[in-house]
Ligand binder design. Structure first.
Ligand SMILES: [Fe+2]
Length: 402
């Protein structure tokens, strides 16, 4: 656990943690050179130099907490301390995430087909896929956020399961889950709707409102999913619980149990966030996709009903107000694609300007909106998200080249 303490409480042996440089702007008297404090003299010197606060790693503070309490603690602490994380350059990380996405899609197809044919799931293939998704999130989480919207695959059954895994893992990584937890979370994302294979496909694919009976059948899909997976004895309990409870809601209005926040495990709450975000931002047979920033706005409006207010705020901070992969219009009228978020500056991501105001291609130009404009250049800002429409394929090409 990382804690902010007064420099007066700093002692030899304590480990100072590295933080994002944005923290220094807000806390000029923060000492943040990483490493173990060697002596009382070093502490005295830091005091003399005017430092007043420091973030330190407190070992063993989590001892005695259950996994569930520890995850709650991570969520509660996440907002205060954005730890510094080294990321792989975006374009390079995008190329490997692209490869992972393609093989993850094949894995999702195999899992669904095995379930439909009553065959036992290839458990190791699912673990390997979830693990590869976790690797992508550690290398550069924006690449997963981006591909969840720009991948060339368009069969919702499969894309949705991989997107939910990807978005859930990105959020889990953001709050500081362990690698083991992230892999299980990815598995839960991949398989959260597997039970829909046991529901009459005319109900699953019905483009109109479901009747009461049809809806009652649809509500059984979490239980059907768990039943399908029970044959695989290796599946961790927290994965099964997340699948069973991913439609429970903060205020108790969900199903199957009508549980409230305190009784819904963190894994299920995170899958629920990722599930609704991807459902809103995907094209469905009955409506067009909602733009990512609008979807996040809608989800924020659902706080205290569907979602824990703190968790939906963190989710928005994690993805950015303008998530990677979004097409945005600038104050100059030009259009740009969002490549990477800037931690701590959700309105100012790194973008690539690609179209003029008439939507004609221009020579691509990279701009970090968090940096001041060059002398003589206009200060750029994002006015709104735009519908990429026919440009969607074109956007992806701008993600994998430097
Ligand atoms: Fe579901």
């Amino acid at each position: 656990m990382i804690r902010k303490i007064s420099i007066d409480d700093l002692k030899p042996g304590m480990e100072v943690v590295k933080l994002s440089s944005e923290m220094w702007e807000h806390m000029p008297h923060l000492y943040a050179r990483p490493g173990v404090i060697q002596s009382q003299e070093q502490v005295a010197r830091l005091k003399e130099e005017g430092y007043r606060q420091v973030f330190v790693q407190i070992p063993g503070e989590n001892k005695g907490l259950t996994d569930e309490q520890r995850l709650d603690q991570l969520i509660a602490d996440r907002d205060a301390i954005p730890p510094y994380k080294e990321r792989e350059p975006f374009a390079r990380a995008m190329r490997s995430t692209n490869v992972t996405y393609e093989s993850a899609m094949s894995c999702a197809m195999r899992i669904v087909n095995d379930a439909k044919l009553g065959r036992k799931m290839d458990y190791q293939a699912a673990v390997d896929t979830a693990s590869a998704i976790v690797d992508c999130a550690i290398r550069n989480p924006d690449t997963l956020v981006c591909l969840s919207k720009l991948s060339a695959f368009d069969d919702y059954t499969y894309t949705h399961s991989i997107n939910v895994a990807a978005i859930a893992v990105v959020f889990g990584e953001y709050i500081g889950m362990t690698r083991e937890e992230l892999v299980d979370l990815g598995m839960a994302g991949m398989m959260h709707d597997l039970g829909k294979t046991s529901v009459d496909q005319r109900i699953v694919n019905k483009p109109a409102k479901l009747t009461a009976d049809e809806f009652a059948e649809m509500r059984k899909h979490p239980a059907y999913g768990v039943a399908l997976l029970k044959a695989s004895r290796d599946i961790p309990q927290r994965v099964l619980e997340a699948i069973r409870l991913h439609h429970e809601k903060y205020n108790g209005s969900g199903y199957p149990g009508g549980l409230t926040r305190k009784d819904i495990p963190a894994f299920a709450r995170i899958i629920c966030l990722a599930d609704i975000y991807d459902a809103l931002t995907s094209n469905r047979c009955y409506r067009d996709a909602i733009l990512p920033n609008k979807a996040l706005g809608i989800m924020y409006g659902m706080r205290e009903q569907e979602f824990d207010p703190l968790e939906i705020q963190l989710f928005i901070k994690c993805l950015g107000i303008f998530p990677s992969g979004s097409l945005v219009q600038l104050n100059t009228g030009d259009y740009a694609v969002v490549r990477e978020s800037n931690p701590g500056k959700p309105l100012s991501p790194r973008i690539r300007v690609i179209l003029n105001k008439s939507m004609h291609p221009v020579r691509a130009r990279d701009v970090d909106l968090a940096q001041a404009a060059e002398p003589g250049e206009p200060a750029l800002e994002i006015i709104e998200c735009a519908d990429p429409g026919v440009y969607k394929k074109n956007l992806l090409s701008h993600m994998t080249v430097n």
